[in-house]
Design a protein around this ligand. Structure first.
Ligand code: FAD
Ligand code: DLZ
Ligand code: SF4
Length: 507
């Protein structure tokens, strides 16, 4: 009795639900490199290299343990280019009694998966992905009957349910959230640990050559590839973060600085999202560091909230609200994404810095994604579909279950407030407070009108003005509308004119 166990490129975990009852004497593990997955958006070459290299290392590890792996390479002659086509060929090769898979991370792939049994004439068992701490059913039960969801409520439930960072029934330290302490800008002279990374071995070198050959025209540099591609390397990255980054993670979580792409962030998201690390082990490691006195509570709580809270929350929303979620566009935004998102060529230093770093590293930290590239897209009214495709393509950790709710929900508020209570709209003042970008910019962050004024400022007021019908009644925005209303008509007109003149330069 042969079971064909189909493992996808973001499921590289030996404890995966589809592998738990693997019989090495009878079963075959199928892994396939396919063109469809490499091209459904123009992924950053480092992201493609990461996934293919990690897949090849994972397959080699299984084989070393005596498991039969049927591995199809991207350049194999008869490769059909799709999951469905490759599974069909493998079913013919092996004649399995059944196929076992773990549910995928993207809705479009799940639709294909659900059709496999009928299309291929073989039993297909789809198992839940238990790498997450909140199952899809548990999230749906929590969401049932709520019109809007709030991460903070969900997060507290998760803390209580899992016992993570709890002292009995109370949150560790007496508070659920230490965010107020986590908004410091970077003091002069403080050095970040940097990211040394992992030198490519022969397997990765072969993948790099393939990616250079096939995806050279995609946005992004392949040079300097150093992501972890094995579980051992990913665990080492986690160790390094806990040792060198965690203690300061809380304080400087929102800070940004010229030439400092990583600061005190963990950089574990690509490894986490493809299965090389499990969220629970990451959280437990960080909680242990706090309990041992190696990290303060604001750092440990701030970090754990990102994984136990945000990461689980956005996944829950994704599966709860798809497929309609992808079409949401509450502000009817329809401006094409400016070309400089792909070229990096702009005088706005904040955007040039974040896009340049994204091109080099396939990485930007959360505040860069949210308050620089994200906030600008929100303020100009960029088309959510184009914004979405950009984020899905350019980051090594981007998979739709996590990227789409962050883009449509957190950044663009396209979902009308399902994920968050208000849009993260901000003027240049926020970027100036949290970074040194403005000091290196040709625009003046203190000005709102005139051609040298920071574009974020006038765009911010224009955004509020245009969407007053939706946002004025929001309690959290009342104060800012009072400020706008206090401006005299002449000033309001001058600001709106500055915004329109700037927008004309984008087309
Ligand atoms: P750290 O700052 O060290 O945080 C630790 C971990 O917390 C991350 O590795 C990640 O797993 C988790 N995390 C933090 N914030 C979030 C969040 N908002 N949602 C989900 N998980 C979170 N994250 C992705 O993993 N993939 C994406 O495609 C993605 N797209 C994003 C798009 C936008 C517009 C925004 C605003 C955020 C997006 N994020 C995404 C969330 C966040 O920016 C990244 O998880 C983080 O920058 C990864 O870097 P890090 O591992 O150094 O994170
Ligand atoms: C992103 C990606 C890429 C670039 N290539 C592959 C691949 O060749 N084979 C594979 O199994 N997975 C790949 N992936 C990850 C898939 O896109 C991901 O598994 C689905 O989107 C489901 O989350
Ligand atoms: Fe960005 Fe404005 Fe600051 Fe320039 S002045 S870096 S455009 S926020």
């Amino acid at each position: 009795m042969t079971v064909l166990r189909f493992v996808l490129g973001d499921q590289l975990d030996r404890a995966l639900s589809s592998l738990t009852d693997l019989d090495p004497d009878a079963d075959v593990v199928l892994m396939v490199e396919v063109a469809d997955e490499a091209t459904y958006v123009p992924h950053h070459p480092k992201k493609i290299a990461l996934i293919l290299s990690a897949m090849r290392h994972f397959a080699a590890g299984l084989e070393a343990d005596g498991v039969a792996v049927d591995y199809v390479r991207l350049d194999d002659r008869d490769n059909t280019g799709s999951f469905t086509g490759e599974l069909a060929r493998a079913v013919k090769r092996h004649g399995p009694d059944r196929v076992v898979v773990t549910e995928p991370g993207e809705w479009r792939v799940e639709q294909d998966m659900k059709a496999w049994e009928t299309a291929l004439g073989v039993a297909v068992e789809i198992r839940a992905d238990d790498r997450f701490l909140c199952s899809r059913d548990t999230f749906s039960a929590w969401a049932e009957g709520r019109k809007t969801f709030r991460m903070e409520h969900f997060y507290r439930e998760m803390r209580k349910r899992t016992g993570i960072l709890m002292d009995g029934r109370a949150p560790a330290g007496g508070e659920w959230n230490f965010d107020k302490e986590n908004r410091k800008s970077l003091p002069k002279g403080l050095r970040a640990p940097g990211f040394e990374g992992y030198a490519p071995d022969a397997v990765t070198e072969e993948v790099l050559a393939l990616v250079a050959d096939r995806f050279a025209d995609n946005f992004g540099d392949l040079d300097g590839f150093r992501f972890p591609v094995t579980r051992e390397q990913a665990l080492d990255l986690l160790d390094r973060f806990v040792e060198h980054g965690l203690a300061r993670f809380g304080d400087y979580q929102d800070a940004m600085a010229v030439g400092e792409p990583f600061l005190f962030h963990s950089l574990i998201s690509p490894a986490l999202n493809i299965g090389l690390l499990r969220p629970r082990e990451v959280i437990e490691r960080v909680e242990a560091a706090y309990r041992d006195g190696a990290a303060p509570l604001n750092a440990a709580e701030g970090f754990i909230r990102q994984i136990l809270g945000w990461r689980e929350y956005v996944r829950g929303i994704y599966w709860h609200a798809m497929p309609d979620y992808a079409d949401t566009n509450a502000f009817s935004a329809d401006r094409p994404l400016p070309g400089f998102y792909w070229s990096g060529e702009t005088d706005m230093r904040c955007l040039a810095e974040v896009i340049g770093q994204t091109r080099r590293e396939a990485y930007a930290h959360h505040i860069q994604r949210l308050m620089v590239t994200g906030c600008f897209a929100l303020l100009i009214g960029a088309d959510p579909v184009e914004v979405n495709d950009w984020y899905l393509a350019v980051y090594a950790d981007a998979f739709e279950w996590v990227q789409l709710p962050n883009t449509h929900g957190m950044v663009l508020h396209a979902d009308g407030g399902m994920l968050g209570s208000k849009p993260y709209a901000a003027s240049g003042k926020y970027i100036d407070r949290m970074s040194d970008y403005c000091r290196h910019c040709r625009f003046d962050v203190t000005e709102t009108e005139g051609e040298n004024a920071c574009p974020f400022n006038a765009l911010y007021w224009r955004f509020l003005h245009r969407h007053g019908d939706r946002l004025r009644d929001n309690r959290r925005m009342a104060m800012i509308y009072r400020t706008w209303d206090r401006f005299d008509a002449e000033r309001r007109d001058a600001i709106l004119e500055r915004a329109e003149t700037f927008l004309e330069t984008l087309s």
